[in-house]
Write a protein that binds this ligand. Structure first.
Ligand code: AMP
Length: 423
């Protein structure tokens, strides 16, 4: 399959060829012709599968054929985070080279005024986070009355982050005649409900099996004690000479503390999280990309949407409380066909989280001990064990769809009940 078969104009084909794209990825092969036909699309594409081009190219193709009416905003892409918004808008700008199309960005955490100024005459494409978009709409900077295309990017994450009310408010302000596309790495009932309400007979594209991790990513779980995690992290990075390692932690304070300690270990590290200013985040990302720093410690929210070429290593310093985050985290590596390694460091108290992850990826992940960092087997878990009956209840709920896989509904404690496996 080549790009010439998808119904894109020669100009756009030349642009993507100049970016080094030779063949369309599976999500592009399926989505581009459908979007060009005017169909609503619901795409279950994993992170790193090329989904941005899958919706951006046909939108650009169609927008570039008709002049924008004065003041109109013609396409809106909603993303959960500013980092993803920046990434998507950058891709739009690249793909729209040589056209007259205007692409604008709107996200929170920075001053409103420059965005108001840039947007007061509308634009062809706006990439925005929901809260800031609403601020601008409420201020009357522009309206969405002429909107032709609406894209929800990483819709599952938008719902996880509690954006549903904002999304409903936005949807009240867009015309019914629009074409809508929804992309999500994972699907659950809330996403299906959103699509039933707001998409018009969508065509379902499932490039990979739902809720699965990318096949080209090698995954390993090391059983390790909490007080050895940092030393093991620095040791692995140093002894294996890993460059550009993205490390996930659960909290902002944890991110700062780990980055500081790793610097003391001689591994140049920065942290990136929601308490940092946009400038500080951009700088950390730039230094990471350019190789000035070797490791970047991130919280899930901050890491969302980072597209870093050639990232080979992800370390889950702590397993995520929301199991779907595991898929998003490790999807930072193994992009566009590259291979990747995802290492998770798991204490005995985190074993119940692995159970949640294994349930949604539907496979047992390999566990091992790292030589020299074997866990102390005399230690007992401080997490209260789940009874067999509550484990069974959760499995039944999951199977019947009552329980969202990965949601943290464990009440006062839970454990896999698995004994620690010796490798
Ligand atoms: P995405 O899933 O949209 O974040 O894309 C992941 C990465 O794949 C980005 O770095 C894109 O530039 C790249 N990419 C997208 N489509 C193609 C393609 N057809 N061929 C090669 N690389 C691509």
């Amino acid at each position: 399959m080549s790009f010439s078969k998808l119904g894109l104009s020669q100009h756009i084909q030349d642009t993507i060829a100049s970016l080094g794209y030779e063949t369309p990825t599976p999500v592009q092969q399926q989505a581009i012709p459908l979007i060009l036909e005017g169909r609503d699309v619901m795409g279950g594409a994993q992170t790193g599968t090329g989904k941005t081009a899958a919706f951006a190219l046909p939108i650009i193709e169609q927008l570039s054929q008709v002049q924008r009416p004065d003041g109109a905003v013609r396409a809106l892409v909603l993303t959960p985070t500013r980092e993803l918004a920046q990434q998507v808008s950058k891709s739009f700008v690249e793909y729209a080279q040589g056209t007259e199309l205007t692409v604008e960005l709107a996200y929170g955490g920075v001053s409103l005024n420059p965005q108001i100024k840039a947007l007061k005459n509308g634009c062809d494409v706006i990439v925005a986070t929901p809260g800031r978009l609403l601020d601008l709409l409420f201020k009357g900077t522009f309206d969405l009355d002429a909107l032709e295309y609406l894209v929800f990017d990483e819709a599952d994450r938008m719902l996880d982050m509690g954006f549903i009310i904002d999304i409903k408010r936005i949807l009240k302000r867009v015309p019914d005649s629009r074409q809508t596309m929804l992309f999500s790495a994972t699907f659950d009932d809330a996403i299906i409900e959103l699509s039933n309400k707001f998409l018009n007979k969508p065509e379902l594209i499932e490039v990979a099996q739902r809720n699965t991790t990318a096949a080209q990513i090698e995954q390993i779980i090391y059983n390790v004690d909490e007080d050895k995690k940092r030393e093991l992290t620095s040791f692995m990075i140093g002894s294996k000479n890993w460059q550009q390692v993205l490390i996930f932690v659960r909290t902002r304070q944890g991110a700062d503390a780990l980055a500081k300690e790793m610097c003391k270990d001689g591994v140049k590290t920065q942290s990136i999280h929601g308490d940092k200013s946009q400038g500080a985040r951009d700088k950390a990302l730039e230094e990471f990309k350019s190789g000035k720093i070797r490791a970047l410690v991130a919280t899930d929210v901050a890491a969302r949407g980072l597209d870093i070429d050639d990232l080979n290593y992800v370390i889950n310093y702590e397993l995520p409380y929301i199991a779907e985050d595991y898929i998003h985290r490790i999807g930072r590596t193994g992009r566009a066909g590259n291979s990747g390694l995802a290492v998770s460091l798991m204490t005995i108290d985190e074993e119940w989280l692995l159970e949640e992850i294994e349930a949604i990826v539907d496979e047992k992940l390999p566990q091992a001990w790292y030589p020299g960092y074997e866990p102390d087997l005399t230690k007992k878990s401080s997490v209260k064990k789940n009874s067999k009956s509550s484990q069974k209840r959760r499995a039944n709920e999951r199977a019947s769809g009552k329980r969202q896989s990965g949601s943290n509904q464990r009440g006062n404690g839970g454990n896999t009940g698995n004994s620690r496996r010796r490798r």
